[in-house]
Design a protein around this ligand. Structure first.
Ligand code: GLY
Length: 405
């Protein structure tokens, strides 16, 4: 090496540190990011005050929330109350509890309806579930127990999974369809089984996870968005996509749901088959991320990469899931790797590139909702914000538990 190169070495090393994961943890300040989220929440509350609706998305270039009325067909209505509960958990400010209560109670009309689809879990567990965890309100508990029983009416014992989308049976000729997102909603069944509900709900959730593990994945651990089953024989018929690019491609959020779902199922069952499977689906996702880039394109196999939109929501879901997986791991190397990957994701989501800041009152930019339908592309979306805030809270609680074991 020449003298000039030797003199440049410290500069090169510094640049490398700045560009790699090493710097990411050093500059990640969870309290600053939580305070940023609180600021954006207060802006949103002012913007939507008196409207009796839920903020759903802010499309690319727009500055204000597009609101949705409370409806059983609006799968994202639980995320805004959930965001408000996580924010209250952080601030412990009674005003924040009051607004969380206000928006949670707005969902009450949904709690008496028969099952429309599997999204009941997203709708009522992110809202009432977090509300009960933080307040212990008896009425919330009863609502969740009822919702779990309602969700379980969609379970088909012949097949062993929940019918995710009853409305898609006829138009698509999908006699029994189960979508990967449905994995998240098993958490409400496990919760109910532990909190005074029917024990059978635990078995339904676990059977769903087992059957899904068997049929809903390709050899490499990538999943089809939708698994279609025959209601007469109970046989798996085919795996297809709905929101991904093609049946054979890796839709980023679909894989994120799998990572989150199997991590949660392992937490609830302590069955190592699910831990090993959570590792498998996570390892595939991590191996497909571009180097030093922790927010995926909306589909890992989208043909126009690198000119395809990103999906920050997938990164937020995976960051939250990997923080939990790192806590549950029985392998020290994997524990450290998942934690570091999650921190890298949070660091990137917390950068100027991904945070909305003064552009709009959401937390994050650059999520993709439903690319095949041309809907919510490169947008701010409420569930990206929900899982980002959940991940920040998980990170903070892990750090605090290290200081006060
Ligand atoms: N259907 C839930 C999602 O878009 O991920």
């Amino acid at each position: 090496m020449k003298v000039k190169q030797l003199l440049l070495l410290p500069v090169i090393l510094l640049l490398l540190t700045v560009c790699t994961g090493g710097r990411k943890e050093q500059t990640f300040d969870v309290n600053r990011e939580l305070s940023y989220c609180n600021g954006q929440i207060q802006r949103t509350l002012t913007e939507i005050s008196g409207k009796q609706m839920i903020p759903r998305n802010i499309l690319k270039g727009e500055k204000h929330w597009n609101l949705r009325p409370i409806s059983i067909g609006e799968w994202t209505v639980g995320f805004w109350p959930g965001i408000l509960w996580y924010n209250y958990e952080n601030t412990r400010n009674t005003h924040d509890a009051d607004v969380a209560t206000y928006y949670t109670d707005m969902l009450e009309p949904l709690t008496h309806l028969p099952a429309y689809d599997h999204d009941l879990g997203f709708q009522l567990f992110c809202s009432y579930g977090n509300g009960y965890r933080l307040t212990g309100k008896e009425e919330y508990k009863q609502i969740i127990l009822n919702a779990a029983d309602t969700l379980a009416t969609l379970f088909n014992p012949k097949i062993g999974t929940i019918l995710s989308w009853p409305r898609e049976v006829e138009p698509n000729n999908w006699p029994h369809n189960t979508i990967m997102d449905n994995m998240i909603n098993l958490e409400m069944l496990y919760w109910a089984a532990k909190n005074g509900g029917r024990k059978e709900l635990y078995d339904i959730a676990t059977r769903h996870a087992e059957v899904t593990m068997k049929y809903h994945f390709r050899e490499d651990g990538g999943n089809y968005h939708v698994a279609v089953y025959d209601t007469i024989t109970g046989n798996f018929l085919k795996g297809v996509t709905h929101q991904g690019y093609a049946d054979s491609t890796l839709w980023a959020r679909g894989q994120a749901w799998a990572i989150y779902g199997y991590t949660m199922v392992y937490r609830e069952t302590q069955d190592k088959r699910f831990l090993r499977f959570a590792e498998k689906v996570s390892d595939l996702y991590l191996s497909r991320l571009p180097e030093n880039n922790y927010v995926p394109y909306w589909d890992f196999d989208a043909p126009g990469i690198p000119n395809e939109p990103k999906d920050a929501s997938a990164a937020a879901i995976v960051a939250s899931a990997l923080l939990e997986l790192s806590q549950l791991e029985d392998d020290e190397a994997k524990k450290a790797a998942y934690r570091q990957a999650a921190v890298n994701m949070l660091q990137e989501l917390s950068s100027e590139e991904y945070q909305s800041r003064e552009q709009n009152p959401a937390f994050l930019l650059h999520s993709t909702g439903h690319w095949p339908k041309g809907s919510e592309i490169d947008a701010s979306i409420n569930y990206a914000d929900y899982y980002y805030l959940e991940a920040l809270m998980r990170y903070k609680s892990i750090e605090v538990s290290k200081i006060n074991p």
